[in-house]
Design a protein around this ligand. Structure first.
Ligand SMILES: C[S@@+](CC[C@H](N)C(=O)[O-])C[C@H]1O[C@@H](n2cnc3c(N)ncnc32)[C@H](O)[C@@H]1O
Ligand code: SF4
Length: 338
């Protein structure tokens, strides 16, 4: 990137942070957009939110919950309390959904559960790639081995994001998995991807919680040089201040398809409480502004929230802005969220 391009990008990012009034949201939107057309679509969706329209303009990304089964029981994860039946998404359903999508910024291959448990994960990635989509998978990385790494890289995965929320015992206490094994899985993946596809982007998601807040800078120093991006994500909680403002997530243009085809408006809805469509019967593009989605946005605009939306909140930290409530932190703690 030339100096001029870098300066233009910094200026645009500064503007995006001011407009979104939230660094976390601005940075994610900015990072995920491929070019000006993507940015314009996200900006128009944000405009619909600001103007309090009950509709939004574009489907910008789809999350496919390839499975809600998981091999870990992380201490901060609500997935263990899930009441939904557990299962694997049929690759034919993934194909049906993806065939109906145009100009997505990303197809996210996870929701609640561990995507690497899906026996046909490489096939789903390959289908998405063949249909022209960029794929983004978040994984705990514990099931990774050289054979699987090679298969998902060759299938065309665009971005992999490892969930690592600390070093050594901090990580082990939270995830119940050996830190040394996880680290060597990730380093081995980096070696293989540098051979097969150096362009594959590698990120880390770090959940900021009371257990991990004080280790943010140490973590960034250790892992920052190894990967392209670290997202410091505040831990979701369900019991702080009741919501007072509409949630911008409903206008962002993302829909979540659960493994059985149930479509929900938000990834936080781990039990599928707010069903807005059924991808086995409907086209995903129709669901973005389905009656259920419009009604949901209208209730938010009126300040009426169901119990899940009302209680959805995030751990308040100086390190990073929340994603779902539009707070803007000043980061005086010396953290530097990118
Ligand atoms: C639910 S997991 C699913 C993918 C995979 N099992 C993993 O852990 O990466 C997706 C992301 O949500 C994060 N996560 C889990 N519980 C969370 C919580 N209470 N608040 C915020 N993020 C959470 C995980 O760390 C992970 O980065
Ligand atoms: S954070 Fe991921 S790995 Fe941990 S329990 Fe939740 S879904 Fe499983």
């Amino acid at each position: 990137m030339s100096r001029l391009e870098a300066a233009a990008r910094s200026l645009a990012l500064f503007a995006a942070r001011r407009i979104a009034r939230n660094r976390q949201v601005a940075d994610v939107i900015f990072d995920r957009c491929r070019g000006t057309a993507d940015l314009a679509r996200s900006a128009l969706n944000h405009l619909a939110f600001i103007l309090k329209l009950p509709r939004t303009f574009y489907l910008t990304s789809v999350m496919l919950e390839v499975t809600n089964l998981c091999n870990l029981k992380c201490r901060f994860c609500p997935a263990e309390n899930m009441k939904r039946i557990r299962g694997f998404m049929d690759p034919a359903l993934a194909e049906h959904v993806l065939k109906d999508c145009k100009n997505l910024q990303y197809v996210y291959l996870y929701d609640w559960g561990e995507p690497m448990l899906h026996p046909e994960l490489p096939r789903i990635i390959e289908t998405a790639t063949e249909l022209g989509h960029r794929t983004f998978m978040v994984t705990n990385g514990t099931l990774l081995n050289p054979d699987l790494a090679e298969k998902i890289i060759k299938a065309g995965l665009s971005t992999i994001c490892f969930s690592i929320d600390g070093i050594g015992q901090v990580y082990e206490r939270l995830r119940g998995f050996d830190y040394g094994r996880l680290e060597s899985n990730v380093l081995e993946f980096l070696r293989i991807k540098n051979e097969l596809n150096p362009g594959l982007r590698v990120e880390i998601n770090y959940v900021v919680s009371p257990d991990t807040e004080s280790h943010v800078n140490e973590f960034r120093a250790a892992w920052g040089p190894r990967v392209q991006h670290i997202t410091f994500q505040p831990m979701l909680t369900y019991h702080q201040m009741p919501r007072k403002r509409p949630c911008r997530e409903l206008w962002k243009g993302t829909l979540v398809v659960l493994w059985d085809g149930t479509v929900v408006a938000c990834c936080v809805d781990y039990d599928g409480a707010l069903k807005v469509g059924d991808a086995t019967r409907q086209n995903i593009s129709e669901i973005l502004n389905s009656k259920e989605m419009i009604d949901l946005r209208k209730t938010h605009l009126k300040g009426q929230f169901c119990s899940m939306c009302s209680l959805c909140s995030e751990f308040e930290t100086e390190c990073v802005d929340g994603r779902f409530d539009g707070r803007m932190s000043d980061c005086e703690a010396g953290c530097d969220p990118r």
